[in-house]
Design a protein around this ligand. Structure first.
Ligand code: P1T
Length: 358
């Protein structure tokens, strides 16, 4: 096992004559082992680990300059939206949020100033699936960088770099670490020049993760494939259970053949993932709140991707930073519940949902 190098600095033989490591903001052996693993599982050449998913996104945005434009999915994690609109708009970046179910919607807003396309797929929390290859073709044609937030799928289910993305980002807090005990982010790229710029920003801005968290994430990655198989199986069973329930109006899960992007999901992903969201019958807000309060095995909490199941109420929790009118346009209504389906026995999970919805 790679040791936890709880080390900030390294002995030099002569000034500047270090032995590969000089200061842990720049390089740390445990973080370096993690960064190699991250690159490997995303089929990329260069990996970078950060103190959180948002810190990794922050580094991507620092590749840009005032006046540059970014086109992003209109349905995305509330904190990503907040970083874009509340921090980087003030530094002169311009964001356009478009529904990418039809990738041609991107073409309509591309300009000479567009420098980055930001794709989350599947989206948080509406479970839209965006065709990465189709978006990559548009990005290449216009010489725009394509970054994909692969948090919901994990590299076990899809590897965006192999589908034409330039940058793949993770909140490794979620499936990669997998045990709800770490906050960490990552970027992986293939291009050496891009890697050099990201490495410079990582060191110059300094939003790195510590060695203990690097170690925990490395350990989590070792079981990613086994966990993901069970996450997918359990989520499929729960999606079908909810779909036939008379008190549930709509279930968002890309495995249904009537899901609008089911065909894309089938070709792009190995399976349909462990996340789903649903709306109570008649979009009844009070009923939704009762359900999340009554759940016993599902913990009501932010975050996702851990071995234990979580339930969330996006409108008041993970997506509260998106103005109501804007979030409702993409379907994030007050009666929407999000589930991160864990790896427990699915019969226990369904029994819990049954008693909470009854
Ligand atoms: O929380 P952090 O590690 O900084 O990652 C931010 C982030 C980025 N991208 C996606 C798709 C995410 O889901 C997140 C974090 N999301 C939650 C905390 C959540 O409950 O949705």
């Amino acid at each position: 096992m790679p040791p936890i190098y709880q080390t900030s600095t390294y002995a030099q033989i002569t000034p500047g004559g270090h032995q590969g490591f000089e200061y842990s903001r720049t390089h740390n052996p445990t973080r370096q082992a993690l960064e190699k693993a991250l690159a490997s599982i995303e089929a990329g050449n260069y990996g970078f680990a950060f103190g959180s998913g948002l810190a990794a996104m922050d580094a991507v945005l620092k590749l840009l300059k005032p006046g540059d434009e970014i086109i992003s999915t209109n349905d995305l994690y509330g904190g990503s939206y907040r970083l874009f609109t509340k921090i980087f708009e003030d530094f002169g970046l311009k964001f356009q949020f478009v529904g990418m179910n039809d990738p041609q919607n991107i073409t309509a807003v591309v300009s000479e100033k567009t420098k980055l396309i930001w794709v989350e797929t599947p989206t948080n929390p509406m479970m839209n699936v965006i065709d990465i290859q189709a978006v990559a073709a548009i990005a290449k044609k216009h010489n725009i960088l394509l970054a994909v937030d692969n948090t919901f799928a994990s590299p076990y289910l899809q590897q965006p770099l192999t589908l034409g993305a330039d940058i793949v980002m993770h909140s490794a807090t979620k499936y990669l670490a997998g045990h709800s005990d770490v906050v960490l982010g990552s970027l992986v790229v293939n291009d050496s020049e891009l890697a050099e710029r990201i490495g410079f920003i990582q060191n110059a801005s300094g939003a790195i993760c510590g060695p203990m968290d690097s170690f925990l994430t490395l350990r989590g990655i070792k079981t990613l494939h086994v966990r993901m198989q069970r996450h997918c199986e359990n989520a499929a069973a729960i999606a079908h259970f909810l779909h036939q329930h008379p008190k549930i109006e709509k279930v968002n899960w890309p495995g249904f053949d009537f899901h609008p992007n089911h065909e894309v999901a089938k070709t792009q992903m190995k399976d349909f993932g462990g996340m789903l969201s649903f709306v109570t019958q008649g979009a009844d807000y009070a009923a939704a709140i009762k359900i999340v309060e009554r759940l016993k095995l599902f913990t009501l909490a932010e975050s996702l991707g851990g071995v234990e199941s979580l339930a969330g109420h996006p409108a008041s929790m993970t997506h509260a930073s998106i103005p109501k009118a804007i979030r409702e346009q993409s379907g994030v209504v007050d009666a929407l519940i999000r589930l991160s389906v864990g790896i427990e026995d699915v019969r226990d999970l369904i029994a819990d949902l049954e008693q909470a919805i009854a």
